[in-house]
Ligand binder design. Structure first.
Ligand SMILES: [Zn+2]
Length: 69
């Protein structure tokens, strides 16, 4: 049997938490890149992410990697 190895490509995700209502949101790295585009952010600085629930500015918690498979 010919088993093929999946490519070792992991997506980076950003975990956010809303300080107002406690809602958590996970945003993939490419979306963060799109948010950051044209915003003149310093290196390492993250663009603001609004809570999908109450629209407050969410607090960044940590990044993690997820396998798309
Ligand atoms: Zn909220």
């Amino acid at each position: 049997m010919n088993k093929r190895q999946p490519p070792d490509e992991k997506e980076e995700w950003y975990k956010f938490e809303c300080p107002k209502c406690g809602e958590e949101d996970e945003v993939p790295g490419f979306v963060i890149d799109e948010f950051a585009m044209g915003k003149n952010l310093k290196p390492g600085e993250l663009p603001g992410v609004a809570c999908p629930d109450c629209n407050a500015k969410m607090k960044f918690k940590y990044t993690f990697e997820d396998n798309p498979y």
